[in-house]
Design a protein around this ligand. Sequence first.
Ligand code: URP
Ligand code: ZN
Length: 470
Amino acid sequence: MATVLTGGTVITAVDCYQADVRIDGEKIVAIGQHVHQAGDQRIDAGGCFLFPGGIDPHTHFDLPVGETATADDFTSGTKAAAVGGTTTIIDFATQNKGESLAQALTNWHEKADGKSYVDYGFHLAVSDLNESVLEEMATVIQRAGVTSLKLYMAYKNILQVDDSTLLQVLQLSRKAGLLVCVHCENGDAIDVLVKEARDKGYVEPKYHAFTRPIIVEREATYRAICLAEIAGAPLYVVHVSSAAALQAIEEARSRGVAIYGETCPQYLLLDESCYDAEGFSAAKYVMSPPLRPCANQAALWTGLKNGALSTVGSDHCSFNLVGQKDLGRSDFSKIPNGGPGVENRFGLLYTQGVGGGKISLNQFVAIASTNAAKLFGLFPGKGTIAVGSDADIVIWDPTVHSVISARTQMQKVDYNLYEGTQQIGKPRHVFLRGRNIVTDGFLNDDAPAGCYLVRKPYSAGGEYQCSGLI
Ligand code: URP
Ligand code: ZN
């Protein structure tokens, strides 16, 4: 049976208009005023916005880190995504040292397949580059529908790559139609600063931030951009946290270089004062890059508004405060890095961005969904409301207000970074490829319906599409 969403206002990255949306099977088949046919099921969307399902381009589910692993796996992480209005996630399949990329992908399929409540794709996070891995990059991963890579300039002796590796991967990415994502912090400098702090007996969580100052992010961002320019390759800078790093991106973009920036809700909404929290609870905010002085937030919002930043990813990388973060109780450098956010990314961006008058409804859709679809080879199947697109639709009721709390969240972690924060609006329904998976905050079906997404190469329309990022 086909379904018609009636009386809502369709919001895309460019349009706002009242129309009914007819869904047949997995696709949107008609949009207009009189699109229903005899026998169609009708769902009232009066007073609501119809948004394309959110796309979170940055999650870490079931990621082993040191002697532990993230609290959320694909089951809990994608349930949380769904109830929050996100219907696609792109997770980082992370290569272990000595492992082939094909093996890393197999590992991630084992973690995700049959367990995901939203659609999912993988970026490949490369930690160990050699000749055969370079060869795999050119062929294997693209065949597997993985058209983006991630390299880390931080986490010395674990994930960090040197400049020569980064440059070679960028050169190859250009030829192979891959988009390289980079974690921009100078890992060597951080290593020195951490050793100095520990030698002085500074062990509390706040020293995580002191040992990763803005300049290590600014320098690495600038360096990565220079390497991308040398290679003539596009670059996606993940989790931009500071005005200084953003400035490096803006300057490159004004030279016409294809540099794309992502920021995260935590850098838009939280600041370094969180590290003053009593006792060890400041460990909740130990993430990389760390939270910054408040003044950076306005710059990041401006970057989203003027297009210097293209996306907001959650960087969901959750660890329980009790039993995981507290591995670093007597040494901040042993606190697993990262925080939760996949459930709240969409709602917070709407609340603070649209509700706070910082971005328009169209910009919200672009940042929360469309731009990620374009950059990562999913558009127009995902990221918009159009005839022929997947029926990934959020019926968003802007009149419902709620309060974010760990007590009521789907995320399987013992805290929420935004505890007590008011959210404006909530999904009344979430559709994943035509299937009504969420009603009034509850999952409708116990069976995970998420599918693996084979993504198109960046070069297949990427340059053209990405020049149209909003
Ligand atoms: O602290 C963070 N962000 N942890 C997740 C891994 C990464 O650096 O993106
Ligand atoms: Zn991350």
